[in-house]
Design a protein around this ligand. Structure first.
Ligand code: NI
Length: 175
């Protein structure tokens, strides 16, 4: 299966609102194949999440895996709906495969409900907290043409990867 090319900041596809996947496409072999490629691409680049627009497909679909060593943390979200449940304004570091080598602190809600379809088109609903909630909000934003920098309220934390690792965190996480 191919590793897909990741769109970088500046590519218009990252700024467009993605479209819902039509009912006839749900659970199709084509969609399943694309989801497999999306997962493989996320894993290849050591990301914790990847949204379809990031690989030049304007579809409302993302994958996330908050622990690369634990397949149980893998989620596929087709036509997702996100509801904020917790407190807003929880800040932590984020990165993005479409904004290579840049990190910044982003305020997010600490708890969300994710309602979506899985790769087979089955509906599920799950509450996510903390880092998983953060990744989910980051990926969901990609479906609306938003990148994490849009959510920052203070650009003084923007930094390059080397400085991030040196001064701020031991382990980069990108989505
Ligand atoms: Ni991202």
């Amino acid at each position: 299966m191919p590793i897909l090319k990741v769109a970088r900041m500046g590519h218009p596809v990252l700024r467009e609102k993605a479209r819902e996947i039509a009912p006839e496409g749900l659970g199709s072999p084509e969609l399943a194949g694309f989801i497999d490629d999306l997962i493989e691409t996320m894993q290849e680049y050591a990301g914790v999440g990847l949204a379809a627009p990031q690989v030049h497909e304007g579809l409302r679909l993302f994958v996330m895996q908050t622990d690369p060593d634990d397949e149980a943390t893998l989620r596929v979200a087709v036509n997702p709906k996100l509801t904020a449940l917790g407190a807003e304004g929880w800040e932590d570091w984020e990165g993005c495969l479409s904004i290579p080598d840049i990190h910044g602190r982003v305020p997010r809600n600490n708890r969300v409900r994710l309602e979506a379809l899985d790769a087979e088109g089955r509906a599920y609903s799950e509450e996510l907290e903390g880092f998983a909630a953060r990744v989910c909000q980051h990926e969901y934003d990609h479906l609306d043409g938003l990148i994490f920098i849009d959510r920052m309220r203070d650009f003084s934390t923007l930094c390059f990867g080397e400085e991030y690792r040196r001064y701020h965190a031991p382990r980069p996480k990108e989505g």
